[in-house]
Design a protein around this ligand. Structure first.
Ligand SMILES: Nc1ncnc2c1ncn2[C@@H]1O[C@H](COP(=O)(O)OP(=O)(O)O)[C@@H](O)[C@H]1O
Ligand SMILES: O=C(CO)[C@@H](O)[C@H](O)COP(=O)(O)O
Length: 503
C-alpha cells in the first residue's frame, strides 16, 4: 500500500476517518457513531471520551479490516464540530460533559456579554455573542457550576481535545479558536479585552497553532492504544466549516460554498480582515495562515427536510421525495415555508423563532409541501447572500455540497434563487478531505493548501440560472422576506406551550 494521511472528521453524530493517498484518492474510510445527550430542553452535551473511543475504533478498523499499514500513515489532521466547550483541570482531566455548538442554554450570558462590551465585542471578535459560541458557555459554567469552574485551568474545542489525547500536547487550532469568540480576529491572538472584561486569566487560554502546523507525534500511550506508530506526525486541523471549504477548494474570493447538510452554511473565503460585516454574519480566522472566512448559518437546512420526511413520508427515500417537488411549481403553488424549526442564526439570531407554512390551501398536495420546504431552505440561504450583497461582496460561483447537493432539482432551484451558477463537486468528501489536505501540506507533500486542494478536489456539473425562473423567484423571495417580521411575535408567544409533550 502507498503512503497515506488520515483526515479525521469529528462530527456531532459520528466521526469519519478517511485514509487519503498522495493523489487525493480515498483508499479506505471508517466511521463510528456516538450519542448526544439532551438532559434538559435546549441542552446538548457529549462525553469527550466517546469521541476518543470513536476515533480509535475507526483507526483500529482501518488497520485491521482495511489492511492499512501503520508505517504508511505519515500524517494525521482533523476537522471538528465547532464551538464545543471541553473544560479541563490542572491534570488535563475533563471536568464535565462537553457543551456543544447546538446547546442554547446561554441566552442570559449572550446578553451579559453584549451589555458589558457593547460594540467593542464585535469590533474585536468580529462576531455577535450567540448562544452556540464558546465564550457564553464558559460564563455559564462560571455562573451556574462554580465548584466545577474553580477547578478549571484551561479549555479546548472538540477536535483539539482529541488531538491532545493522541499527542499529549495541548493547543488550540486558530479557526476553532476564533469560533470561541474570545479572539482578536484581525490580530490572530486571544483578546486581552475579553480576558479583562470577564475576569479570565491569560493562562486559561491554550497556545494557538495553525491548521497545517505540526502539533506533535503520536504519543507512546496512544500508539499502544490504537496501533498507530509514534513516528506519525499530527497537524492542527480546522473547524469543520473551514475544513469543508478547503476540501471543496473554496480558496478564492469569487467563490462561495453552499452546504445543505443537517445545518446549512453559506461560506465565503476572505483574503483579509479588511471587510466588515458588522457581526451580521460570522467572520473567523481560516486554517490557512493570514486568511479568513465569513459565513452565515441556517440551523435547520437538511434537518427541515429530514423532519418533514420522518414526520410525513417515513417510508420514502430522499431522492424520490425531493424529486416529487418537480410535480409542484415555482413557489410551490403559493405555499411558503420558513425553516426555523430549531430557531435561527442568520440573518435572524433568534433561538426562540419557529418555522411556518404560509398560504396553505385545500388544493395543496404533499409535493407542494415538499417543494416549499426545499425552496424555503434556499430562501434562507438567499438571506445570507443579501448580507454579502449589501456589503459589496463580489462573487460569481457557488460550489454546492452536503446531502442537498445530491438532487439535480434542488441544485437548479439554488441556481435560480441565487441567480448564480452552481457547481457540484465530483466525489465530494467535504470536511474530511479538508483535514487530509492540511496533513498533506503539513508533511510537505504540497507547497500550499491551494496546491493540495487543486489536486484533491475536482468540479463536476454546472447548473446555470434560468432567467424566467430567476424573475419568478425574485418576486416570491420578496414575499418570503416578510414572513419573519410578521411571525416573530406570534412564534415567541407560543414558546411556553412548545415542550408540554416532551418526555
Ligand atoms: N438524495 C438526496 N437528495 C436530496 N437531499 C438529500 C438526499 N440525501 C440527503 N439529503 C438531505 O441532506 C441532509 C443530510 O446531509 P449531510 O450532508 O449528509 O448531513 P450532515 O450534516 O449530517 O453530514 C438530509 O437531512 C437531507 O435533507
Ligand atoms: O456551529 C456550527 C458552525 O458555526 C456548526 O456548523 C457545527 O460546527 C456543525 O457540526 P456538524 O453538524 O458538522 O457536526
Amino acid at each position: 500500500m502507498s503512503e497515506v494521511v488520515l483526515g479525521i472528521d469529528l462530527g456531532t453524530s459520528a466521526v469519519k476517518v478517511s485514509a487519503v493517498d498522495r493523489t487525493g484518492s480515498i483508499i479506505a474510510q471508517q466511521s463510528f457513531d456516538y450519542p448526544l445527550s439532551q438532559p434538559k430542553p435546549g441542552w446538548s452535551e457529549q462525553n469527550p471520551e466517546d469521541w476518543v473511543n470513536g476515533v480509535t475504533v475507526a483507526i483500529v478498523r482501518l488497520i485491521l479490516n482495511d489492511g492499512l499499514k501503520p508505517a504508511d500513515i505519515k500524517g494525521i489532521s482533523y476537522s471538528g464540530q465547532m464551538h464545543g466547550l471541553v473544560l479541563l483541570d490542572a491534570n488535563k482531566q475533563v471536568l464535565r460533559p462537553a457543551i456543544l455548538w447546538n446547546d442554547t442554554r446561554t441566552t442570559a450570558q449572550t446578553k451579559e456579554i453584549a451589555a458589558k462590551m457593547g460594540a467593542q465585542f464585535i469590533e474585536v471578535t468580529r462576531n455577535r455573542a450567540l448562544e452556540g459560541f464558546t465564550l457564553p458557555k464558559i460564563l455559564w459554567v462560571k455562573e451556574n457550576e462554580p465548584t466545577i469552574f474553580e477547578q478549571a485551568t484551561t479549555f479546548v474545542t472538540p477536535k483539539d481535545y482529541v488531538r491532545y489525547r493522541m499527542t499529549g500536547k495541548l493547543a488550540m487550532e486558530i479557526s476553532d479558536a476564533s469560533g470561541t469568540v474570545a479572539m482578536d480576529v484581525a490580530a490572530g491572538t486571544w483578546s486581552k479585552e475579553i480576558q479583562t472584561a470577564f475576569d479570565l486569566p491569560a493562562s486559561f487560554f491554550p497556545e494557538i497553532i495553525g491548521g497545517a502546523e505540526f502539533a506533535g507525534h503520536i504519543s507512546q500511550s496512544y500508539a499502544l492504544f490504537s496501533g498507530l506508530e509514534i513516528d506519525t506526525q499530527v497537524f492542527g486541523g480546522a473547524a469543520d466549516n473551514a475544513a469543508g471549504a478547503i476540501g471543496s477548494a473554496i480558496l478564492k474570493p469569487n467563490m462561495v460554498w453552499s452546504s445543505i447538510g443537517t445545518s446549512g452554511v453559506v461560506l465565503k473565503y476572505e483574503d483579509s480582515a479588511s471587510v466588515d460585516y458588522k457581526g451580521q454574519i460570522h467572520f473567523f480566522n481560516h486554517a490557512i495562515p493570514g486568511k479568513f472566512y465569513s459565513m452565515g448559518v441556517t440551523l435547520a437546512a437538511g434537518h427541515s427536510l429530514n423532519w418533514f420526511k420522518s414526520t410525513f413520508a417515513a417510508e420514502e427515500d430522499f431522492t424520490s421525495l425531493v424529486a416529487s417537488a418537480g410535480k409542484s411549481t415555482i413557489g410551490a403553488n403559493g405555499l411558503l415555508f420558513t425553516p426555523y424549526i430549531v430557531g435561527e442564526r442568520t440573518p435572524y439570531a433568534d433561538s426562540a423563532i419557529r418555522g411556518s407554512w404560509i398560504g396553505i390551501d385545500s388544493m395543496h398536495k404533499r409535493h407542494d409541501f415538499v417543494r416549499s420546504v426545499v425552496e424555503g431552505i434556499v430562501f434562507s440561504f438567499k438571506d445570507i447572500f443579501e448580507i454579502y450583497q449589501r456589503a459589496g461582496a463580489n462573487f460569481d460561483t457557488v460550489i454546492a455540497s452536503g446531502g442537498g447537493a445530491k438532487s439535480p432539482l434542488w441544485l437548479q432551484i439554488q441556481a435560480d434563487i441565487f441567480d448564480k451558477k452552481v457547481v457540484v463537486l465530483e466525489n465530494e468528501q467535504g470536511p474530511g478531505m479538508g483535514a487530509a489536505i492540511l496533513a498533506a501540506v503539513g508533511l510537505g507533500w504540497f507547497d500550499s493548501v491551494a496546491a493540495a486542494a487543486e489536486r484533491f478536489a475536482s468540479f463536476g456539473e454546472t447548473y446555470e440560472p434560468v432567467p424566467e425562473n430567476v424573475a419568478k423567484y425574485q418576486q416570491i423571495y420578496a414575499i418570503y422576506r416578510k414572513v419573519y417580521p410578521a411571525t416573530a411575535e406570534v412564534s415567541h408567544a407560543l414558546m411556553d406551550y412548545r415542550r408540554v409533550n416532551d418526555n
